[in-house]
Design a protein around this ligand. Structure first.
Ligand SMILES: [Zn+2]
Length: 162
């Protein structure tokens, strides 16, 4: 039996809280696992579970809004052989942009979404963008290093990614 971190009593109850979301005429119901202390009212949410719920809600909203969902962003980035860091240099949005998109924590801009869709259908077009990307040594990304596989994904093995 787990102890309440707030009042130290051993009476925590596992419960599931449902939350209903409405967006564009659609409804989504999420279930969040919680521990509830009847003595003091403290509610503890499992952080992993909370992240999963947030990702579910954000993916659902993204899809209804006509955006790629987080797993699709990851799939396309990997298909293009890009690390999250190099993808951020190409598409913009800051160093951690793709990490956040792919965890469903942030939504990519429409222009990034459109470009990802085009590159998904025509991956060879990446070659037209890459030379314009800031891959200079002082930027922390070197194109030669990138090409050698240090920043790119080589043979399905992901390298240099957080
Ligand atoms: Zn308590």
């Amino acid at each position: 039996m787990s102890v309440c971190l707030s009042c130290k009593k051993q009476n925590l109850v596992d419960r599931i809280t449902q939350q209903e979301y409405e967006f564009k005429g659609e409804t989504l119901v999420t279930r969040q696992r919680e521990k509830f202390c009847p003595a003091c009212g403290e509610v503890t949410v499992d952080p992993v579970d909370a992240r999963n719920v947030r990702k579910t809600v954000n993916d659902w909203e993204a899809r209804l809004d006509g955006f790629l969902i987080s797993d699709e962003v990851r799939r396309i980035r990997k298909k293009l052989g890009l690390t999250q860091l190099l993808a951020a240099k190409i598409f913009g949005g800051g160093r951690n942009a793709f990490s956040r998109y792919e965890r469903g924590e942030a939504l990519q801009m429409r222009s990034t979404d459109n470009l990802l869709r085009i590159l998904d259908s025509h991956p060879e077009l990446l070659g037209e963008i890459l030379p314009q990307t800031d891959c200079s040594p002082q930027s922390g990304t070197n194109l030669e290093t990138a090409m050698s596989g240090d920043l790119f994904v080589s043979q399905g093995v992901q390298v240099n990614e957080r």
